[in-house]
Design a binder for this molecule. Structure first.
Ligand SMILES: Nc1nc2c(ncn2[C@@H]2O[C@H](COP(=O)(O)OP(=O)(O)O)[C@@H](O)[C@H]2O)c(=O)[nH]1
Ligand SMILES: [Mg+2]
Length: 328
């Protein structure tokens, strides 16, 4: 999972830091020394609170580069990986710069001769650190928004061999996920589709497989897609180890067979390296001669065979991916 830390706005951060500053109480031998010691302490507190919070945000944010390519793509779609990197970099810079300004002013205050000079320096330090934090407010706002958007991340394990179910609406994808899974499928978000995808599991030969349907994704032709949707679909390339393309020859789904065959061509072009298995569902309504596997998600007829063939294909693809990773 990819989770960003909770981040304060620049105003909240400054509020917090200055609240701490206002609690500083230091006494010296005389008025000047009291001013000197307390100014030093106040600048110290201000810069430390700011630097440590900003550094913590930056350190607690997981590195995008180490993400599995499936999640890397999704983070990129949802927040933009370059903007994310830039914002985190800006926080680091701001943390370092605040510390540096703080240290410089502390030195000057130590050398200051008069009470007035001490006060001037302290105010200047406060002003410069505050404006530095305000300068980074757009980065903090970005991270707050990014955290919100990343709540739409699915929690799917991309390391598990995965069978993706594709096909027009109402051909039976969701029912197939249910028929193929051992438990009740879980409901997950997928970015840039308002529909939830269902995610099921089954075990075969001591291997766990994932089955996921794709409403709003692989259920209409690519020509109708905008750029973001294409990217959301492309991310599936890093998740899918096999694709089961579901046809409904009865056309009770509301889409003509010719149209469904077009989508099948589309999907196989889109996912060239990934084994694709075309199956005809709703065999309980219509039996016909076909070289394709036939099944009924409703009665369970043929489900076991589809699961076996799909699992074999997914397994060999998963091994191929693993070998390609090793040789890199
Ligand atoms: N007769 C019959 N109906 C099915 C079969 N599979 C799905 N359906 C029905 O087709 C409709 C759409 O199924 P659904 O799984 O929601 O399709 P999806 O939109 O592709 O996910 C539902 O009313 C299902 O009950 C099947 O094998 N036989
Ligand atoms: Mg569905």
């Amino acid at each position: 999972m990819f989770r960003l830390p909770s981040v304060m706005t620049s105003d909240e951060l400054l509020d917090k830091a200055f609240k701490r500053v206002s609690k500083v109480s230091v006494r010296g031998r005389d008025k000047k020394e009291t001013a000197k010691r307390s100014s030093i302490k106040k600048i110290e507190v201000l810069k430390s609170v700011i630097a440590s919070d900003l550094t913590r945000y930056q350190k607690k944010s997981p590195s995008v580069d180490n993400l599995h390519p499936f999640y890397f793509e999704i983070v990129d779609i949802l927040v933009g990986r370059d903007d994310l990197k830039r914002s985190l970099g800006a926080l680091k810079w701001c943390a370092e710069k605040s510390s540096e300004i703080g240290r410089t002013y502390i030195k000057s205050v130590r050398r200051a001769r008069s009470h007035a000079e001490i006060e001037t320096l302290r105010k200047e330090a406060f002003g410069r650190i505050s404006s530095l934090v305000k300068q980074t407010s757009s980065n903090l706002d970005f991270l707050i928004e990014a955290k919100k958007r990343l709540r739409r991340m699915p929690s799917i394990d991309p390391e598990v061999p995965t069978i993706v179910i594709a096909g027009y609406p109402n051909v039976g994808k969701s029912l197939i996920v249910r028929a193929m899974s051992s438990g009740k499928p879980r409901v997950e978000n997928y970015p840039f589709t308002t529909k939830k995808v269902s995610l099921g599991h089954f075990d075969k030969d001591r291997t766990r497989f994932q089955v996921i349907d794709t409403p709003g994704l692989l259920d209409r032709e690519m020509a109708e897609r905008n750029e973001i949707e294409r990217q959301a679909i492309a991310a599936l390339r890093f998740l899918a180890h096999a694709i089961v393309f579901v046809l409904d020859m009865t056309e009770t789904c509301g889409y003509e067979v010719a149209k469904q065959e077009n989508l099948l061509r589309d999907v196989s072009e889109q996912f060239q390296d990934i084994p694709l298995l075309a199956v005809e569902n709703k065999s309980d309504l219509m039996k016909r001669d076909s070289p394709r596997l036939q099944m009924s998600a409703l009665t369970g007829d043929g489900v076991e065979e589809v699961r076996r063939v799909a699992a074999e294909a997914a397994m060999s693809r998963a091994l191929e991916v693993a070998r390609a990773q090793e040789s890199r």
